[in-house]
Design a protein around this ligand. Structure first.
Ligand code: SF4
Length: 694
C-alpha cells in the first residue's frame, strides 16, 4: 500500500527522525509522495536506511494534522478556528500585554530539535530581539545538554569528533549508555560491519543490548553496571589506564594542559577509584573492568560512542567529562578510528544547540556574557542583547508556578509528555496566561494552550538539519505546507506583529545570516551545500570544505583539559519502599513520544509500552508475562503490561515512552544533572506490583 503508484519525479531530502541524518529520494507522483528511497549519494547513510525513515512518513498527510490556526481565551473554553492573521495578532497582543504588566522577562520560547537550523535560529532570535530577553531553551535540555557542557569544558567544542565512517578504522568500540540497533540503526549496521571484520566491542549498559549479539569475528564484553553508577565505572576504567601504565604519554605531553593533567592523575590514581573498590557500587566485576580498560587503551584505535544513558543522569555532565578524560589519557583523539561521539537522538538536536537555543549562548556556542560577541549580533540585529543568561526550561516551569513567568511560545516540542514529573509540568503550564503551541498535531501540551499554530513537517519545508557527526544536510520541500506556511514563516510573522521586523524570503537567507555571525559556519551556504552534498562544521576559511575529524592538531581551547570527576551517588537509589531501578529507552519502529510514528504503518509493530523485568524479580512478585503491573515512584504511578526478559539484570526494570497513555514521565522525578538540569530519566527508584487490568 505504501509503495503504490509509479513515481514521476524525486526530491533529495533528509530523514526527520534520528541523528544519523540519512538522505532519501522522496519519489513523487504529481504532488503525492509515493515512497522514500534511501539515497546512495547520502554522505551519512550511503544508500542505507531503517524502518522509520523508509516507511514512517504517512503522518505528514494524517487526518489528525492541524490545518488551521486556533485560539481561545482560557483553556477550559472551546477552540475557535481563525485566520493566520487573527491568530498572530491575538498572540502578539497577549505577549505585549503580559510584558507590559509583568515585565520583559515574563515570557520565553522553546525551540525544537525536530525543526530546521534556520527555524531554530529564528525562534531564538525572536526571543532575544523580539521579546528582549534570553529566555530561550531547547528540548536538548532534556537529552544532550550535558554533552555541551562536558565536551566544551574538556575538548573545547560541543560536538562529536568523528564521521560515522570513521568507525571502520576503530579497533575497539566502546559503547556507553546507547542502544544503536534501535535508536541509530543505520550507524549500528556500520558498527556491525566493523565488528564482523574483527574489532572488539565493549558495551557498558544495565541491559544486554542487541549489539552484544556478537557478529562472527569479534570479541565482546558487557559491563552490566547498575543504573546511576556511570561515573564510578568510567573512573575505574581510567584508574586502570593510569595505574597500569597504559597512558599515551606523548599525546598528553604535547596536547594536554599539564596542571590539569597532574591534578587529575593524582585524583584518579587514588585507591577509592579502583575497580576493586567500586565493584560493589557499580555491580561490574573488577577483573572485567580491568580487561575492558586494557582493550580500549591498547587497541591502537579506541572509539567511544555514547547516548542518553550517559547524559540523562544527575552526573550527566561529569560522565561526559569522564569519557573525554579517558580519550585524552589514551591519545584516542584527532585521527580516524578514534574519538568521543555522542549519538544524538533527534534529527537536529546538534543543530538546535549550534543555533543558539540555550539561554546562555548565541549561535555557535558564543556566550551572551561576551561583549564582543554581543556587539556583532547587536550590529546585525539592531537591538541590545541581554548580557545575563535567561531561564532554562525547568526554571521556566518553577517561575511559572511562582507567578512571575507568564507566557511561553513552544515550537515543535511536546513538553507535557516528554519532560519529567508530568504533574509538575502540568502545574506550570496551567499557571501561564498565554501558551502558544506551534505543532503538527494537537499534542499533550496543546491541551494547556491558548493559541495553536499549525506546524509543518520536514516534507513541507526548505532548510537544513545537522546530524550527530556535525554534518549539515539539506532539507528540500517535497509538498506544499498543509496549513499554508512553513514554520520559519510563522515565527517571522510573530516577530513582525510584535514590532521586530523580519523579512526573509527563503531559508537560504537565514543561513547566510547564520554564516555571518557564527565563526564555525562562515563557509556554509546553500550553494556550497548543493555543490558538496553536505558539510561538516567547522566550515570556514581554515576549513573551506568542512571538517570530518575534529582536534587533529589542537583543541579550540588550545590544550585538552582533564577534569576532576568525583563520583556522587544519585539520590535515586533503591530502598525498601522502592526496591527496583527503572530505566527508559526506545524501540526500533517507534520514535520518542510517538507523535509521528504512531500515526504511520510502523504502529503495526508496536502497540503499547511495556515494562521489562528480569525473571527472578518477576518470580519474587508472582508476576507472569502479560500481567498488568502498577509501577510507582516517589512522584507518581502508572500501569504497564509486563514483559519478562533476561536482557534485564535483577533489580532493574525498563520501559519505553512512545505512547502518551503509558505515563513513563508520570513516574520519572525532578532529579537532574548538576550542571545543566538535564533530567535523570535513566534512573528512578520504583515499586512494581501486579494489579488488575486498568
Ligand atoms: Fe532516519 Fe535514523 Fe533510520 Fe536513518 S537511521 S532512516 S536517520 S531514523
Amino acid at each position: 500500500v505504501i509503495e503504490a503508484g509509479v513515481p514521476e519525479h524525486s526530491v533529495v531530502t533528509t530523514c526527520a527522525y534520528c541523528g544519523v541524518g540519512c538522505s532519501f529520494k522522496a519519489e513523487m507522483k504529481g504532488d503525492q509522495l509515493v515512497r522514500m528511497v534511501p539515497y546512495k549519494g547520502g554522505d551519512a547513510n550511503h544508500g542505507h536506511s531503517c524502518v522509520k525513515g523508509r516507511f514512517a512518513f504517512g503522518y505528514a498527510t494524517h487526518k489528525d494534522r492541524i490545518t488551521e490556526p486556533m485560539i481561545r481565551d482560557a483553556i477550559d473554553q472551546p477552540w475557535r478556528t481563525v485566520s493566520w492573521e487573527e491568530a498572530i495578532a491575538f498572540s502578539a497582543k497577549r505577549l505585549k500585554d503580559i510584558q507590559a504588566q509583568y515585565g520583559r522577562e515574563s515570557i520565553g520560547g522553546i525551540t525544537s530539535s525536530r525543526c530546521t537550523n534556520e527555524e531554530t535560529y529564528l525562534v531564538q532570535k525572536l526571543v532575544r530581539a523580539g521579546f528582549g530577553n534570553n529566555n530561550t531553551d531547547t528540548c536538548a535540555r532534556v537529552c544532550h545538554s550535558p554533552t555541551g557542557y562536558g565536551l566544551k569544558t574538556t575538548l573545547g567544542e560541543s560536538a562529536g569528533t568523528q564521521t560515522f565512517d570513521s568507525v571502520m578504522e576503530a579497533d575497539t568500540i566502546l559503547v556507553i549508555g546507547a542502544n544503536p540497533t534501535d535508536a541509530h540503526p543505520v550507524f549500528a549496521s556500520q558498527m556491525r560491519r566493523r565488528l564482523r571484520q574483527g574489532a572488539t566491542l565493549i558495551v557498558a549498559d544495565p541491559r544486554r543490548i542487541d549489539l552484544l549479539k556478537t557478529p562472527h569475528g569479534s570479541t565482546s564484553m558487557h559491563l552490566p553496571l547498575r543504573p546511576g553508577t556511570n561515573v564510578a565505572l568510567v573512573n575505574s576504567l581510567a584508574h586502570v589506564v593510569v595505574t597500569e601504565g597504559l597512558e599515551d604519554t606523548a599525546f598528553i605531553e604535547k596536547r594536554c594542559e599539564p596542571d590539569a593533567y597532574k591534578a587529575w592523575r593524582e585524583f584518579i590514581s587514588e585507591e577509592r577509584n579502583s575497580p576493586e573498590t567500586l565493584e560493589a557500587e557499580t555491580g561490574v566485576p573488577a577483573d572485567l573492568v580491568r580487561k575492558a580498560a586494557r582493550a580500549y587503551a591498547t587497541a591502537g584505535n579506541g572509539a567511544i560512542y555514547y547516548g542518553l544513558g550517559v547524559t540523562e543522569h544527575s552526573q550527566g555532565s561529569t560522565m561526559v567529562m569522564g569519557i573525554a578524560n579517558l580519550a585524552l589519557a589514551t591519545g584516542n583523539l584527532g585521527r580516524e578510528g578514534v574519538g568521543v561521539n555522542p549519538l544524538r537522538g533527534q534529527n537536529n538536536v546538534q543543530g538546535s544547540c549550534d543555533m543558539g537555543s540555550f539561554p546562555h549562548e548565541l549561535p555557535g556556542y558564543q556566550h551572551v556574557g561576551d561583549p564582543a560577541v554581543r556587539e556583532r549580533f547587536e550590529n546585525l540585529w539592531h537591538v541590545k542583547i541581554d548580557d545575563e543568561p535567561g531561564l532554562r526550561i525547568p526554571n521556566m516551569f518553577d517561575a511559572a508556578i511562582a507567578g512571575h513567568f507568564k507566557a511561553l511560545y513552544v515550537q515543535g516540542e511536546d513538553i507535557a509528555q516528554s519532560d519529567p514529573n508530568t504533574q509538575h509540568v502540568e502545574q506550570a503550564l496551567t499557571s501561564l496566561d498565554c501558551l502558544i503551541v506551534q505543532d503538527i498535531f494537537l499534542n499533550e501540551t496543546a491541551k494547556y494552550a491558548h493559541v495553536l499554530l499549525p506546524g509543518s513537517t520536514f516534507l513541507e519545508k526548505n532548510g537544513t538539519f545537522t546530524n550527530a557527526e556535525r554534518r549539515i544536510n539539506r532539507v528540500r520541500k517535497v509538498m506544499a505546507p498543509v496549513a499554508g506556511k512553513e514554520d520559519w514563516e510563522v515565527t517571522q510573522d510573530l516577530a513582525n506583529a510584535l514590532g521586530y521586523p523580519m523579512n526573509y524570503s527563503h531559508p537560504s537567507e537565514i543561513m547566510d545570516e547564520i554564516a555571518q555571525l557564527t565563526p564555525t559556519f562562515t563557509g556554509v551556504s546553500y550553494e556550497r551545500l548543493d555543490e558538496l552534498g553536505s558539510i561538516q562544521w567547522p566550515c570556514n576559511e581554515e576549513h573551506p570544505d568542512g571538517t570530518p575529524t575534529m582536534h587533529e592538531l589542537d583543541f579550540p581551547i588550545g590544550k585538552g583539559h582533564f577534569a576532576i570527576t568525583e563520583y556522587v551517588a544519585t539520590p535515586e537509589r533503591s530502598t525498601r519502599r522502592y526496591p527496583l531501578l527503572l530505566t527508559t529507552g526506545r524501540i526500533l519502529s517507534q520514535y520518542n513520544v510517538g507523535a509521528q510514528t504512531r500515526r504511520t504503518e510502523n504502529s503495526r509493530w508496536h502497540e503499547e509500552d511495556v515494562l521489562e523485568i528480569h525473571p527472578s524479580d518477576a518470580e519474587l512478585r508472582g508476576i507472569s508475562d502479560g500481567d498488568w503491573l502498577g509501577v510507582s515512584s516517589r512522584v507518581g504511578q502508572t500501569v504497564l503490561r509486563c514483559r519478562i526478559s533476561d536482557r534485564m539484570q535483577p533489580g532493574v526494570v525498563y520501559t519505553t515512552f512512545h505512547h502518551p497513555g503509558s505515563g513513563a514521565n508520570v513516574i520519572t522525578t525532578d532529579s537532574s544533572d548538576w550542571a545543566t538540569n538535564c533530567p535523570e530519566y535513566k534512573v528512578t527508584a520504583v515499586q512494581v506490583e501486579k494489579v488488575s487490568q486498568p
